[in-house]
Design a binder for this molecule. Structure first.
Ligand code: TRP
Length: 336
């Protein structure tokens, strides 16, 4: 008897739920369309600046964000993906091709890619994927009110926070070499912010700007004997050649403080870092909103700046350094 009553309650609930789904199934709560209703296929172009783990992760996030926003690859979305492999000529050619192919929106992953797309069109919406300094890179003049055809997501990595990690993990360090690429607008503002914070904390920071990938090994070898530790911003040129930097620093027994988790995994010692995947998801969702009709001119740039700590215990041990327990407890990721 009791069971029968329970069964009928469940049956009644099921009818209600199915009925509710029937009414709302095709539209989201605020009347937004879902993937199943956006049956017409749209094409977008994605230009990635270069291959390195962080940008690859951002791209995976972008696909997930687009799907969350109702645009699923191979269902109602075609993604024309291109990778310029850090070649300026290719950036220009690929940008022009993506514009000529009439994509409905364009996503540029990393600053030089977004700049290439921005130069190629003033009409098609361009969404910046993880551009550190959109104003300094001349992509938008106002983060809150972009005004033109460009908006997107900025990774305002809290590079100054890394200074505390240097103090806690390697108290004997006095001179820090800042290794970055002179051709990346995204690195300049980070080097300035880091240098200011590190000098305030009593460090000497010496900038080592590499003109191109070919010069990394020579620059690193000139730098290592003169510094106690190395620091790098989220610089694409350094990120894509990072194994070279890691092996030279390992030999010289100097720690590398980075600005992103993937580079700590590859042999850096510690960083305060933003989730690259989450940056991608936010970029993908913004692209979906723009495909739905949002105007880039009035869509504020979304800024990520809250970092989490990641430390590499194995690298610390190799260098004879101890990561304090208090820091291990605070860290979101400990690699060992
Ligand atoms: N912010 C970089 C730019 O503006 C791109 C980037 C994102 C990056 N994550 C990174 C570069 C990690 C190096 C490492 O171009």
């Amino acid at each position: 008897m009791k069971n029968k009553k329970l069964l009928s309650v469940i049956a009644a609930l099921a009818v209600l739920v199915i009925g509710y789904l029937g009414i709302t199934g095709l539209t989201g709560q605020d009347g937004e369309q879902t993937a199943s209703e956006k049956s017409e296929t749209v094409a977008i172009g994605v230009l990635q600046f270069v291959t390195h783990e962080s940008l690859d992760e951002i791209y995976r996030g972008i696909e997930a964000g687009l799907a969350e926003g109702g645009y699923a690859k191979d269902s109602n979305l075609t993604i024309n993906f291109m990778n310029a492999e850090a070649d300026q000529n290719q950036i220009q050619k690929m940008s022009e091709k993506l514009v000529a192919d009439k994509n409905a929106a364009l996503i540029g992953i990393a600053t030089p890619a977004a700049q290439g797309l921005a130069n190629a069109t003033k009409d098609i919406p361009v969404i910046m994927g993880a551009v550190t300094d959109p104003v300094g890179a001349n992509l938008v003049s106002d983060l809150k009110n972009p005004g033109g055809n460009i908006t997107g997501v900025s990774d305002a990595t809290p590079v100054a926070d890394t200074v505390e990690l240097i103090q806690e993990i390697s108290p004997d360090v006095k001179t820090i070499g800042a290794l970055y690429s002179s051709s990346e607008d995204n690195s300049l503002s980070q080097v300035e912010a880091f240098t200011e914070a590190a000098e305030k904390a009593g460090y000497t920071v010496v900038p080592y700007a590499v003109p191109s990938t070919n010069e990394i090994a020579a620059t690193v070898n000139a730098m290592l004997p003169k510094v106690d530790a190395v620091w790098t911003p989220t610089d694409n040129t350094i990120a894509s050649a990072f194994p070279t930097v890691v092996s030279a620093a390992k030999e010289a027994k100097k720690p590398i403080y980075t600005s992103v988790e993937t580079m700590v995994e590859q042999g850096g010692i510690a960083s305060v870092t933003l989730s690259q995947y989450d940056l991608g998801v936010a970029t993908g969702k913004m692209a979906a909103a723009i495909l739905d009709g949002a105007d880039p001119a009035t869509t504020p740039v979304e800024i990520f700046s809250e970092g989490t700590i990641v430390v590499n215990k194995k690298v610390a041990e190799e260098l004879g350094l101890t990561i304090p327990d208090s820091l291990l407890e605070k860290a979101a990721t400990v690699i060992d």
